[in-house]
Design a protein around this ligand. Structure first.
Ligand code: FE2
Length: 249
């Protein structure tokens, strides 16, 4: 890294400094704990993350769950070893403080043995998609999801249904492209969302960051969460070798 390149945490702090936090907070709450900020991350940081996306491609784990999900993932364990800029964003104090200001919650990164805490999702083959779901929290506290677009050469859309959990409101559906640097923040228990199927010759890569209010988890929910991650995302070897390892980072 040259002297002219600021450390990730400082670059993130600078990228946040220009935002109107009050307006974003209003938008977040008006939309039932969901906010969309197009092309937020500056290009130099995006470029560094794209280099890391290229580096971790050999570690992609492909999954297929009929009628629900098809795509590839790279877990936090791999990113910890090979993607310092991406992990730097996840852990940047100014970013966590920004999210806490939006959500009104004292947030922290997930425990280091959660492969989902900071992960890349690769949509690279025709038909790659994920059906409608919530990002349900298995932790004792609430879980918040941050999505960051990195590669968007696709006709896929992130489909978000706001107010799905509120019987007093009509749901509002948004169909969003996730261009590089686009930031989306939502409460995982509230936003009903999906990604529509990828067309042929297309590619979409996004980063997901998860934060929690209480990082403890009942052991039975931990087992269920690990099994889901092994089947649906990262593979058994990745999830269980790490979960059973005594030397967690
Ligand atoms: Fe999700």
């Amino acid at each position: 890294m040259s002297d002219a390149t600021p450390p990730v945490a400082e670059a993130v702090r600078q990228a946040l400094a220009g935002l109107d936090l009050e307006a974003l907070r209003r938008s977040y709450w008006d939309q039932n704990e969901f906010v969309y900020l197009e092309r937020w991350l500056p290009q130099p940081l995006i470029n560094r993350m794209l280099a890391e996306v290229g580096r971790v491609r050999p570690a992609i784990n492909r999954n297929y769950i009929p009628r629900h999900k098809k795509g590839g993932s790279v877990s936090f364990y791999t990113l910890l070893e090979q993607a310092p800029t991406i992990v730097g964003l996840y852990r940047a104090p100014a970013f966590i403080e920004f999210l806490a200001g939006l959500t009104g919650q004292r947030l922290q990164p997930c425990p280091a043995d959660d492969p989902h805490s900071c992960a890349l999702y690769f949509y690279t083959e025709p038909g790659d998609h994920i059906g409608f779901h919530l990002d349900t929290s298995y932790y004792r506290g609430a879980r918040y999801t941050v999505l960051l677009g990195l590669i968007e050469h696709s006709s896929s859309r992130l489909v978000c249904q706001l107010f799905k959990d509120d019987p007093a409101r009509q749901p509002v559906e948004l169909q969003l492209a996730t261009h590089p640097g686009t930031l989306i923040v939502f409460n995982g228990d509230k936003l009903w969302h999906s990604v529509t199927p990828l067309g042929s010759g297309e590619e979409r890569v996004s980063l997901t960051l998860e934060y929690v209010t209480d990082p403890s988890m009942h052991p039975a929910k931990r087992l269920f969460s690990n099994l889901k991650d092994a089947f649906a995302y990262f593979g058994f070897r990745t999830v269980f070798r790490r979960a059973l390892s005594p030397s967690r980072r």
